[in-house]
Design a protein around this ligand. Structure first.
Ligand code: BES
Ligand code: ZN
Ligand code: ZN
Length: 496
């Protein structure tokens, strides 16, 4: 998909479809829409009057061969109430327009900015929306949608210097493509993406992006005594890997923070000996979503060049019930030295994060963020709407939530009171890998991870409910979402 910034007046743009947005208000025919109404000799005002053009969110009104325009079609996308309108809506509306037109065989179209949403920031948002919407999850389908592809998109009516608009475009493309990089990994089935394959793909990305990379194999993992990761991996014939990618800024200040990004990458979670029910188990290929998120973040950071050092640690393994698999009641010794009683082998994500976090700290991380498809409990608490965001100290989490807000990713703060820490006490070891069965499963899981982050400022994102869409959305194909990539990038860029 080619994207270009167009300088011509809208009426003269030759395109298969000219697209703009209409707000849900009495004065719908205003601004850009009023200009379009004039240019088409008032083809729009009667539609507003008859109730065909309401401006309701995602309403699509398509006119063919509109007179007065060089465009073959005019598409008016409903944008909802103007006082509620946010950049997140702009991203989604743009995406919805792309998917609507693509499904009708349109190959090129033009987005015409609306007044008030036509600066460089809006252009970046629009570009992100286009890339997110253009992603398809049908990688292995022989017959892909009859050749329906978007070849090019023009962006018209955006105001700013060409340098400003150009850099907004570059940034939007980088973020959209990095999010899609994460999605393409998440979408892979587990037979095509084993821990070793994931490590290869991460290393290739790192090399292409100019980032330092080290892949720890099973021998190195044993040497480092990553007992929690080894315990999970031992039930599989596929060996584990730990992917370590480092970004180091030029002119690194000695007192600058070092950020550790740790992502859960269970390339398939059967549950292990505490095996999951068959129904829906195929979805557990996305249990490496946290790791993929962090790889997408690193891909973007390599080009955005923040002023802080960033160390990405992705422990990767399968969770299988093989003959050597760990069993409920087993005790494992984590790399940090803490002992863990395994109550349920399906609570494996926190185990591999324990060693990932300890290793990031060993490499010098002064601040931590982890992302993981960690618990079914977070799906119960927040459905698929918000990411569950945990963290200590609270001020560190609050700063992160501002970034999530800024990039339009819904996240909700969860409690970390000491009361929950009690629930992971074990009678045989330091801690146990599940709560006490009183509920709060997402919080006790977070507390387990905090036992390894300890006093290092730490954020934990439980993306179990939000990393995968079961249904198509107007602005996105069903499947992997790539949630949290943009929030983490925004947060790192504001850190220094
Ligand atoms: N990978 C799952 C969590 C998950 C659930 C991800 C639904 C995506 C969608 C995780 O490893 C798991 O199995 N967690 C258990 C923990 C329990 C045994 C304490 C869970 O949440 O049921
Ligand atoms: Zn599990
Ligand atoms: Zn899991």
């Amino acid at each position: 998909m080619q994207i270009q910034i167009e300088a011509q007046p809208f009426a003269a743009i030759s395109t298969e479809a000219l697209v703009t947005f209409v707000f849900d208000k009495d004065e719908r025919i205003e601004g850009t829409v009023a200009l379009l109404d004039q240019a088409t000799q008032s083809k729009l005002a009667p539609l507003a009057k008859s109730g065909e053009l309401t401006g309701k969110m995602f309403e699509m009104v398509l006119l063919h061969y509109p007179q007065g325009l060089a465009a073959q079609r005019l598409l008016l996308v409903g944008a909802g109430k103007p006082d509620k309108f946010s950049p997140a809506d702009l991203r989604r509306l743009t995406g919805a327009a792309l998917r609507y037109l693509k499904s009708r065989g349109v190959k090129n179209f033009t987005i015409l900015a609306r007044e008030g949403n036509g600066g460089a920031a809006a252009l970046q948002t629009v570009v992100e929306g286009l890339f997110i919407a253009n992603f398809e999850s049908d990688t292995y389908r022989s017959k892909k949608d009859n050749g329906k592809v978007i070849e090019s998109v023009k962006l018209a009516g955006f105001e700013g210097s060409s340098a400003e608009l150009e850099s907004a475009y570059e940034r939007g493309k980088l973020l959209g493509e990095s999010q899609n990089f994460a999605r393409s990994l998440i979408n892979e089935p587990s037979n095509k993406l084993t821990p070793r394959n994931l490590a290869d793909r991460a290393a290739a990305m790192a090399k292409e992006s100019g980032l330092a990379v080290e892949i720890l194999d099973e021998d190195k993992i044993a040497e480092l005594k990553m007992g929690a990761l080894i315990g999970v991996a031992q039930g599989s014939v596929e060996p584990p890997r730990v992917i370590v990618i480092t970004y180091t800024p030029a002119n690194l200040r000695a007192d600058a923070p070092v950020l550790g990004l740790v992502g859960k990458a269970v390339t398939f979670d059967t549950g292990g000996i505490s095996i999951k029910p068959a129904d829906g188990m195929e979805k557990m290929k996305y249990d490496m979503g946290g790791g993929a998120t962090m790889l997408g973040v690193m891909r973007a950071l390599a080009q955005l060049k923040p002023s802080v050092k960033v160390i990405c640690v992705v422990p990767a393994t399968e969770n299988m019930p093989g003959g050597r698999a760990q069993k409920p009641g087993d005790v494992q010794v984590a790399m940090s030295g803490k002992t863990i009683e395994i109550i349920n082998t399906d609570a494996e994500g926190r185990l591999i994060l324990a060693d990932g976090i300890a290793y990031a700290k060993k490499l010098g991380a002064t601040h931590l963020i982890d992302a993981a498809t960690l618990t079914g409990a977070i799906v119960v608490a927040l459905a698929g709407v918000h990411v569950g965001a945990f963290g200590t100290p609270r001020e560190y989490l609050d700063r992160f939530l501002k970034s999530a807000d800024a990039v339009g990713e819904k996240m909700w703060p969860m409690p970390m009171d000491d009361d929950y820490q009690e629930m992971i006490k074990s009678s045989i070891a330091d801690i146990r890998n599940t709560g006490s069965g009183k509920g709060g499963g997402a919080i006790t899981a977070a507390w387990f991870i905090k036992e390894f982050a300890e006093d290092t400022p730490w954020i934990h994102l439980d993306i179990a409910g939000t990393a995968w869409f079961d249904e198509n959305k107007a602005w996105s194909a069903k499947g992997p979402t790539g949630i949290a990539v943009r929030s983490i990038v925004d947060f790192v860029m504001k850190m220094s």
